[in-house]
Design a protein around this ligand. Structure first.
Ligand SMILES: [Zn+2]
Length: 63
């Protein structure tokens, strides 16, 4: 069940400290805000139910 629609899926203070686990570069929302994209390697980390899944690509592939 979706919660009240807000502009951002994750809290700003959390968003501000998030970084790509591979290269520690900043991540930013994708256009539809369903994911976070690294500004360096361009990998997109999914956001699931308001929680960013910040796993390196090779770890996500194993599951
Ligand atoms: Zn990266």
């Amino acid at each position: 069940m979706p919660r009240k629609e807000t502009s951002d899926p994750i809290p700003k203070d959390l968003y501000d400290i998030l970084a790509c686990p591979v290269d520690k570069a900043d991540v930013k929302y994708t256009k539809d805000k369903t994911g976070l994209q690294c500004q360096k390697c361009k990998y997109v980390y999914p956001i699931k139910e308001g929680i960013p899944i910040m796993l390196p690509p090779q770890m996500q592939e194993k599951q």
